[in-house]
Design a protein. Structure first.
Length: 200
C-alpha cells in the first residue's frame, strides 16, 4: 500500500495538498506504526516520499517527542527546498497544536539553532506571525524574535526574515519602524533585510 501511495505521489511534481491527503490517510489507520513509517520515508530517494514523511512527523510531533527530534536532527539536513517547505509547515502545526505561547521555548530553540534550515523553518512556518494566536496580541514579541536573525549569514534566512517583518508591518507599522530605527545599516546583511522590510 505504501509503495503504491509513493508511486502516485511521484506522478505529481507540484503542490502540497496531495502529500497532506496521503499522510492523513496513513495517520487515520491506527494499526500502522506511524512513527516507523515516517522515519523510513524521510530517508527515501524521492522528495515526494520525504515530504510525506515530514508531514506525518509534523502531525505526530505535538504528542511524540521522537517525531519532533527527527524533524530537528534528520529532516533539517535535506537539501530539497520542497522538503524544507514541508518542514516549515510541520513546525507550525506543532506550535499550533500545543499553543504558540507554550511553544515559545521550542520556537526560540529553532531560531537560535546553528542550522540555517531550522532558523528558516521557524521564521517561514509561522508567517504571518501576527495572524497566529498569542503573537496576534503580542506583535512586539514576534518582531523581536524574528529581528534577531537580521544579520544571519544565510541570505535564504535573511529573505525570510525581511518578508516576515514586512508582513507584520502591514498592520503594525509603528512597531516595525521602532525596531528598524535601532538597526546598524552599515552592515550589508542588515541593510539587505531592511530593504526587504520597507520595500525600497
Amino acid at each position: 500500500m505504501l509503495k503504491q501511495i509513493i508511486e502516485e505521489l511521484q506522478r505529481t511534481e507540484h503542490g502540497f495538498k496531495h502529500i497532506v491527503e496521503a499522510g492523513d490517510k496513513l495517520l487515520s489507520q491506527p494499526e500502522l506504526n506511524h512513527l516507523k513509517i515516517a522515519g523510513g520515508l524521510i530517508n527515501a530517494s524521492s522528495y515526494q516520499a520525504r515530504m510525506l514523511g515530514v508531514h506525518m512527523l509534523g502531525q505526530l510531533s505535538p504528542i511524540n517527542t521522537a517525531a519532533l527530534t527527527l524533524l530537528k536532527t534528520n529532516v533539517v539536513h535535506d537539501d530539497n527546498w520542497r522538503v524544507q517547505e514541508m518542514l516549515a509547515k510541520a513546525f507550525d502545526n506543532y506550535c499550533k497544536v500545543i499553543g504558540y505561547e507554550n511553544a515559545l521555548p521550542e520556537i526560540k530553540g529553532w531560531l537560535g539553532s546553528r542550522h540555517h534550515n531550522l532558523n528558516r523553518a521557524a521564521v517561514e512556518g509561522l508567517r504571518i506571525w501576527t495572524g497566529r494566536p498569542y503573537f496576534k496580541t503580542n506583535p512586539q514579541v514576534a518582531i523581536k524574535l524574528i529581528a534577531k536573525l537580521r544579520s544571519h549569514d544565510s541570505e535564504y534566512v535573511r529573505k525570510s526574515v525581511g518578508n516576515a517583518l514586512r508582513d507584520i508591518g502591514k498592520k503594525h507599522q509603528p512597531l516595525i519602524l521602532k525596531e528598524l530605527a535601532g538597526w546598524d545599516l552599515s552592515d550589508p546583511k542588515v541593510a539587505f533585510v531592511h530593504k526587504l522590510v520597507v520595500g525600497k
